[in-house]
Design a protein around this ligand. Structure first.
Ligand code: FAD
Length: 325
C-alpha cells in the first residue's frame, strides 16, 4: 500500500482480526494516536454468530453483531482504519513487518495477531466452490435465508443441534448428519431433536461431497454400515463442526502450543519483538468476549510501549489521562 507521495506506507500497528480482541486493540491503539489498520476477513468473528450476548458487562442483553458494530464504531471514532482482506503471510525485516493478504500487502512497525478461531470445514469435494452459495457456517446468521427449504446440518457440536432446531422452527425439512451415533454431552438437546418430526437423523454417516453448479443442489453422505452412498437434495448445507486455530500462515515468527495456539507472555508478547497476540488465538482456557476484549487492550498497550521504546520516547503508563504531562 503506497501513500500520496508514492512511498510504501508504514503503519504504526496492523491488527489481524476484526472481532472482540482485534477491535478492542484497535480502540486502544487509536486512542494512543498510533496509525492503526485492522485487516480482517469479516467483522465481529464468533461473537457475531450469536443472537444474544448476556454476559458482557454494562449491556444486559445485546445481539453479538450489534456489540461488535459498537466496538468497531468506537475504534473508528478515534481514527482506526479497516480493510476487509484475508491475511496470508507475515514477515519481518529491519524492524518492519510485511503483512500479505489475498489482494495486497501492508507494512507496520508492530503487529497484533487477533485472528481467533476459524470454523472447521467439511473438507470434501464441492464445499469450497459452493461456500456462500448454500454452504454456510453460521446458522444464526444464515438460517433465515433458507426458510421453508430442505437443508442439511453437519456436525457433532451443540451448535449443530441448535441449528437443526432453529431451521425446523423456520419450516425447513432438516437432515442432521453426524459421524457418531449420538450426542452424549448434549443429551437433552438431542432428545428435542429426536422428537422433532421435521428433523431426519443420519447418524454414523459422513458427508462425501456437496453437489451443485451455481448453488447447492444436494449433499451426498455415506453411512458407516450402508452399502451405498445416499444423495439428499438440499438447498443449504450448514457446517457446524466447531472451530480450529488457523495459524500456519504466521510461520516461525511465533511459537505454538499443540492446538496451534500462539504462545504469549503475560503482556501478550510473542517471541518476535513487535509482534503481539490476543484473544482466542492464544491458549486461553476460557473463551469469552470480555476476555478477548481485555487481552486486546493489553496487547495494544504492549505494542504502544514497544513503539515508544523503539523511538526513544517516554512511556505513558495509564490510559485515563487525556493528555500526556
Ligand atoms: C456461537 C457462539 C456463541 C458465543 N456466545 C458467547 C457469549 O454469549 N458470551 C461470550 O462472552 N462469549 C461467547 N462466545 C465466545 C466469544 O464469541 C469468543 O470468545 C470471542 O468472540 C473471541 O474473540 P476473538 O476476537 O479472540 O476471536 P474471533 O471472534 O474468533 O475473531 C477472529 C477474527 O479474525 C478474523 N480472521 C481470521 N483469520 C483471518 C485472517 N487470516 N486474515 C484476516 N482476518 C482473519 C475473523 O474474520 C474474525 O473477525 C460465543 C462463541 C460462539 C461461536
Amino acid at each position: 500500500m503506497k501513500d500520496s507521495s508514492g512511498q510504501e506506507k508504514i503503519y504504526d500497528v496492523i491488527i489481524v482480526g476484526g472481532a472482540a480482541a482485534g477491535l478492542t486493540a484497535a480502540l486502544y491503539c487509536a486512542r494512543r494516536t498510533l496509525h492503526t489498520l485492522v485487516l480482517t476477513k469479516s467483522l465481529g468473528g464468533q461473537a457475531a454468530m450469536t443472537p444474544a450476548i448476556e454476559n458482557y458487562p454494562g449491556t444486559k442483553k445485546i445481539a453479538g453483531v450489534d456489540l461488535m458494530l459498537q466496538f468497531q464504531n468506537h475504534a473508528k471514532s478515534y481514527g482506526a482504519q479497516f480493510a476487509y482482506e484475508t491475511v496470508t503471510s507475515l514477515t519481518k525485516e529491519k524492524e518492519v513487518f510485511t503483512v500479505k493478504t489475498t489482494t495486497g500487502q501492508y507494512m507496520a512497525r508492530a503487529v497484533i495477531l487477533a485472528f481467533g478461531l476459524t470454523p472447521r470445514n467439511l473438507e470434501v469435494p464441492g464445499e469450497q466452490g459452493l461456500q456462500g452459495k448454500g454452504v454456510v457456517y453460521c446458522a444464526t446468521c444464515d438460517a433465515p435465508l433458507f426458510k421453508g427449504k430442505d437443508v442439511a446440518v453437519v456436525g457433532g457440536t451443540f451448535e449443530a443441534l441448535d441449528a437443526a432446531l432453529l431451521l425446523a422452527r423456520m419450516h425447513c425439512r432438516v437432515t442432521l448428519v453426524h459421524e457418531k451415533d449420538g450426542y452424549p454431552t448434549h443429551k437433552k438437546l438431542f432428545e428435542q431433536v429426536q422428537q422433532n418430526p421435521q428433523i431426519q437423523l443420519r447418524m454414523n454417516s459422513a458427508v462425501v461431497r456437496v453437489e451443485g453448479t451455481q448453488k447447492v443442489e444436494a449433499v451426498v453422505i455415506h453411512g458407516k454400515e450402508a452399502a451405498e452412498e445416499e444423495r439428499i437434495p438440499v438447498a443449504g448445507v450448514f457446517v457446524e463442526k466447531g472451530h480450529k486455530i488457523d495459524s500456519a500462515w504466521v510461520g516461525d515468527l511465533v511459537e505454538f502450543d499443540k492446538q496451534k495456539a500462539i504462545l504469549i507472555s503475560l503482556n501478550n508478547e510473542t517471541k518476535t519483538p513487535g509482534l503481539f497476540a490476543a484473544g482466542d488465538v492464544t491458549p486461553l482456557r476460557d473463551k469469552q468476549v470480555v476476555i478477548s476484549a481485555g487481552e486486546g487492550a493489553k496487547a495494544a498497550l504492549s505494542a504502544y510501549h514497544y513503539l515508544q521504546k523503539q523511538s526513544g520516547k517516554p512511556v505513558l503508563l495509564v490510559d485515563w489521562k487525556h493528555s500526556e504531562e
